[in-house]
Design a protein. Sequence first.
Length: 244
Amino acid sequence: MMKDGIFEEIRHVSYSHISTNKTVGAADILRFCQDSAVAHTAACGYPLERLIALHRAWLVLSMHVRFVKPIALSKDIRVRTWPFSFSRVLGPRAFRIEDAETNEVYVEATSLWAYTDTESGRPAEIPQEMITGFSEGEVPPLSYIRRAPNYEATKRVADFRVLKRDLDTNIHMNNVKYLEYAEEALPLGTTVSEIEIFYKQQAKYGDILSLYASEDAEGNVLTYLKNQNGEICTYIKFIPEKGI
């Protein structure tokens, strides 16, 4: 549903969304955002089938997520999203997740997406029709990540093989899966207040990914996933909740 240029959906939080902390986990927060972005694009006249026929896709380059308040089981939530500040090939997009009844904010997120030619793998010019349909919204206070971070993660935590279940419609590893693998670097039960993700290289079926992690002076957990060729696929920074 579109309201004042913002696309919104009501979602019900079920048991499958709940993590070990008995609240919605970070990976499911990203799924809510991802699903909302896809639904918004479809509502503006570009459903998945049309994008596939055009050999086009929106690929996420970065996500910056702030967890304001935990989301409990059986809550009805409102997921809101809107793009802003389009360039020729890039579209930043904001998200806000609220209590459907009280409007209390649970999550704020800002992301950067590239409109991409799926045959060449190169950026493609965003059609003006699509930009007009989206109706750009306000610039959110949470900044999006423009460039890859520059940190060294030294401890090798685990290795993973990219399986068929990890793939999306673009036949590479789904954006959420990188986060799920990186969470293995966190002690069980860790609560994070913020996550910064930068997607650098696509992981494909059969790739071997190695998870590396380090902790900085502020107690943040710095991770990245490297493929078998030594290329970093994704940087993910976890900012734990104070006191954790």
